[in-house]
Design a protein around this ligand. Structure first.
Ligand SMILES: [Zn+2]
Length: 273
């Protein structure tokens, strides 16, 4: 497809692209999608899970920029300073102490995954007794193991166990950091779970399987989901067939040795407690 555009628009596009707006193709696609009110089913990720496991926590993108790529997602903050959850276009930081703040536009993330949430599934699920039980239900709403999915659950949780990372000493790997994380247990609470399902084959760059973060409706409780018992909950699911990854250009990332398969460490750090 070839388009003729006025010179002024071409200049504007080039300028935006040079100033960190990304490739011209994706700028044009995003502009047309916004004009037609057709969200792109794109998952945008910054950096890789493997560099996080290797202890590379330097900020690679600001929260302000992250929100240009979506209104839904999860990740962590520079220095591994808390868990990130993005709900309805707002980014929250869940600190190791358990305190929760809305992130500043200038706060930075070393790793994050976002999308513009446009669910095709919207159903009510019955009460579930465990995370495994929830996974079994979620599996029935995926037609394949080989695409990414955005998952949102809203409702009442009988119990919910989360963790939040504490900023570790420089040089600590993700597994070291996981040893000093804090765990929280909440009962009879109302809130939102934001999750991404990533295919197993994407394990070097993503967190394979279901990766879910929690935030209560009153914004006082949250974290990376470890276990739960639910009441009746609303489930929304979006299939994502387009995956974009932005790799950091900072020295830390460029010089990191990311050749080792660290999937066992990642699994322990994400599910360990
Ligand atoms: Zn997490």
């Amino acid at each position: 497809m070839t388009l003729s555009l006025p010179q002024s628009l071409i200049k504007g596009l080039n300028a935006r692209s040079r100033n960190g707006g990304g490739a011209i193709d994706s700028l044009v696609a995003a502009a047309i999608a916004a004009y037609l009110d057709r969200p792109l089913h794109t998952l945008f990720q910054v950096s890789t899970s493997r560099s996080l496991v290797a202890g590379k926590y330097a900020g690679a993108i600001t929260c302000e920029k992250l929100l240009e790529h979506g209104d839904f997602g999860l990740g962590t903050f520079a220095g591994l300073h808390g868990e990130m959850i993005i709900v309805d276009g707002h980014i929250f930081r869940i600190e190791g102490s358990g305190a929760i703040f809305e992130a500043l536009p200038t706060d930075e993330a070393p790793f994050a995954t976002v999308t513009r949430f446009d669910p095709a599934v919207d159903v009510t699920l019955p009460a579930m007794a465990s995370f495994d039980d929830l996974k079994t239900h979620l599996d029935t709403f995926r037609r394949t193991d080989n695409l990414f999915y955005a998952i949102r659950l809203d409702g009442v949780f009988k119990t919910i166990r989360t963790r939040a990372v504490c900023a570790p000493a420089p040089g600590a790997t993700l597994l070291d950091a996981a040893k000093t994380q804090h765990e929280f247990e909440f009962t009879d609470c109302k809130g939102t779970l934001i999750g991404i399902y990533s295919p197993i084959f994407s394990g070097a760059i993503s967190v394979p399987g279901y990766h879910i973060h929690y935030l209560s409706d009153d914004r006082t409780q949250g974290g990376h989901l470890l276990e739960l018992k639910t009441g009746q909950v609303r489930l929304r699911v979006q299939e994502l067939e387009d995956f974009h990854i932005a790799l950091p250009e900072n020295e830390e990332f460029l010089k990191a040795d990311l050749s080792r398969d660290t999937s066992n460490d990642l699994d322990k750090a994400e599910s360990g407690h």
